[in-house]
Design a protein around this ligand. Structure first.
Ligand code: ARG
Length: 398
């Protein structure tokens, strides 16, 4: 335990190169007496926790692991209600960061820390997403990699000099960020947008082959069952990642506009997100009115933009969710999707709340509830009236 006047910093710790070099730097360069490492579980692969534990032990670092998977899954389901994607990316990394930042802040407060630190560079989005949460506290915020202008080469030399527990090669060619909602792969040759991603970058998705159908059931906009089997959020997402991933569903390759303005090439895998977003949209198509669908699209873009920025706690997001939630009571039912050729498309939908009358829409019925075809004649006379008038006026001035 620290004595009362010793200073402590809580570091977002993954056990990778960046956060490993941060440990000695926080005492030597920043003068903190003690560093504690915090790793937050948002569904990373188990090997990452082993790496974090082993590295922490080798560094003699006091280390905590916090399980935030359930809170994260709930946020992912908020994203489903918002049909959220940013430039085709279902926002896995972006949604995870505020959850991680909150969890680290709690640990820091519980251990009387004076400061919070992360290992993000000055080029990416994550520095902004972490700090947007942390700067709401009284604790000091430190970003050694950014503030000291560290490069990878410098970090590798420094780690070798200090004999830090960084295994040569454990960082690999690609930079990967994986959680329950998506797996992001960047760096190496992928930095060239004309380079075609090799099959080896994919871990969640098989090369597209085979075909199947999958049915997702929703209650008030929230996914509750797959193929009739009720599953809690974390398990439901894990199941769909595995099942749909087996059919090659959920790969995207996007040119992404980062918050700071940099355009970067990102590859993602997100089978569950693709299935759930497709099914949710399909069900909304059945149960919402045209106006609700149209207005909601604009709301969804705003939600996704704030989520991308790591600002899901913003008051405007609550306001947007007020609208979103008011539309979701009727999003109860089941959508069935065909998974084929790496694609996922709706093939059937059903709901007790369908804004649909087969009788009215059918080609086979003449008159329904006192309305007959000829009633549309008057409407047809007016349809486009103003446009015809405007064009006639314009022609006069030609
Ligand atoms: N570009 C994405 C984002 O900012 C994901 C970044 C993932 N990081 C990685 N090392 N691949 O949300």
């Amino acid at each position: 335990m620290s004595t009362d006047d010793s200073t402590r910093v809580a570091l977002a710790f993954s056990g990778g190169l960046d956060t490993t070099v941060c440990v000695p730097l926080l005492t030597e360069e920043y003068g903190y007496d003690e560093v504690i490492g915090v790793t937050v579980d948002v569904g990373q692969p188990p090997a990452e926790f082993d790496e974090a534990e082993e590295t922490a032990a080798a560094l003699d670092l006091e280390h905590y692991v916090v399980d935030a998977r359930s809170a994260f899954a709930d946020l992912c389901f908020d994203a489903v209600k918002a049909n959220a994607d940013y430039q085709g990316y279902p926002l896995g990394t972006a949604l995870a960061r505020p959850v991680i930042a909150e969890a680290i802040l709690e640990v820091a407060n519980a251990h009387d820390c004076d400061a919070l630190a992360h290992g993000c560079t000055g080029k990416g989005n994550d520095q902004l997403r972490f700090e947007a949460v942390w700067r709401g506290s009284d604790l000091e915020v430190i970003a050694p990699v950014r503030e000291l202008g560290l490069t990878r080469e410098w970090e590798i030399d420094y780690a070798a000099e200090r004999d830090l527990p960084v295994e040569a090669g454990n960082e690999g060619v690609w930079s990967i960020d994986q959680n329950l909602w998506s797996r992001a792969v960047e760096g190496g040759e992928l930095e060239d947008p004309s380079y075609i991603p090799p099959e080896e970058i994919y871990e969640w998705t098989a090369a597209p082959a085979g075909e199947t159908t999958v049915a997702v059931t929703f209650e008030a906009g929230v996914p509750v069952a797959v193929d009739g089997e009720a599953l809690p959020p974390v398990e439901l997402i894990e199941h769909l990642n595995e099942y749909a991933g087996g059919y090659g569903v959920g790969r995207t390759d996007v040119m992404e506009d980062r918050i700071l303005g940099l355009k970067v090439r990102e590859n993602y895998e997100h089978p569950a997100a693709t299935v759930l977003l497709t099914a949710h949209r399909a069900l909304e198509d059945l149960v919402l009115t045209k106006e609700e669908r149209r207005v909601k699209r604009g709301i969804e873009d705003e939600w996704a933009e704030k989520a991308y920025e790591g600002l899901v706690f913003a008051p405007v997001v609550d306001a947007l969710e007020g609208f979103i939630d008011s539309t979701q009571d009727v999003v109860t039912g089941t959508a069935t999707l065909r998974l084929q050729g790496g694609q996922c498309r709706v093939v059937a939908r059903e709901s007790d709340h369908a804004v649909y009358s087969e009788e009215m829409a059918s080609f086979n019925t003449e008159t329904v509830a006192g309305i007959d075809q000829d009633d549309a004649t008057g409407v047809a006379k007016y349809h486009g009236l103003q446009d015809r008038l405007a064009n006639a006026v314009a022609r006069k001035h030609e």
